[in-house]
Design a protein around this ligand. Sequence first.
Ligand SMILES: Nc1ncnc2c1ncn2[C@@H]1O[C@H](COP(=O)(O)OP(=O)(O)OP(=O)(O)O)[C@@H](O)[C@H]1O
Length: 355
Amino acid sequence: MTLSLDAAVTDRDVAAQLEVADGETLALLGPNGAGKSTLLALVAGLLRPDHGTVTLDGRLLTDVRDGRTHAWVPAYDRHVATLTQEALLLPHLSVRANVEFGPRAQGRSRREARATALEWLERVGVADLADRRPGSLSGGQAQRVAVARALAARPRLLLLDEPMAALDVEVTPAVRETLRQVLAEMTCVVVTHDVLDAALLADRVAVIEGGRVVEQGRTTDVLARPRSAFGARIAGLNLLRGTWHADGGPTGGELVATTGERVHGIADGLPSRAEAVAVFRPSAVAVYSTPVHGSPRNTFEVTVTSVEPNGDLVRIRAGHLAADVTAQAAAELGVGPGARVWFSVKATEVALHPA
Ligand SMILES: Nc1ncnc2c1ncn2[C@@H]1O[C@H](COP(=O)(O)OP(=O)(O)OP(=O)(O)O)[C@@H](O)[C@H]1O
């Protein structure tokens, strides 16, 4: 294992064991206060456990036993980079200087640091902003720069703490896609509230509740067959498989699903005729009893198969698709199994990625 953690923090009632293999992305999911950020802090070296160990690439970073610290590598020497909700760029430095900072601090030459910075800014799609100051960037741009800064330091492990939580919904899909591409090569732990992040970014998921790992496994397995209460609440994403047809329209094209639906969505750089999946949350689906129009929306005429409570909402299932609506909306619709309804989801809510 590249990363192993087996540690406890008594006053936060956190006691967990995690393992992440080389090149793998693990998502930590769980309700507020479950202990996700605490686990990241233990790995990053920002928090000392009451007992336990943290190992990265066979190097013992933390070892606390019998009330004594046997090993403690300080945060700056762990080869671990952390990306938080806020980009936290140094305001008085240019974008490029922010990204050069890590390589320079590691003793690389000015020229090498500059080349590395430009390469990463290019990869995350903001090379044209290199000379700007952080204060003049949008939230999405700043977060891309923060990704470049984190990776320019060549960390062995990347920790992401809700990296998209502070972004506008319009820019989230594109930043998520950038992360998906760069994370493919990294060993990574991502804390998220958003099941879509887990579905698109993570190979494996660990569900944390009350400071304990209550469920873990391959993302697809956990989302398809959740065994914990939290897992069940977040599962049920809509997922359509098919072929992407680029046509240059408002969203660049549509996915023709093997189940017949045609779906517009956000597909950054997906080549035409690629096998792809379209993913969207049940809560992004509006339900109507009459046909709806209005672009850029996807509308599917479906037959309701079940209506059941789902947390504070009501989940309306129609075969392989699901919509979560408020209890009031469900009451107004007054639909039950067998009813014909229209599911509608904005193209901006649909993420497409290679299958
Ligand atoms: N700095 C702190 N000092 C003491 N207790 C803390 C501290 N930070 C968090 N806690 C407590 O530790 C427990 C775990 O919190 P943690 O922040 O790790 O949860 P989380 O899963 O990251 O939550 P969220 O999703 O709300 O960010 C909670 O009971 C919390 O109140």
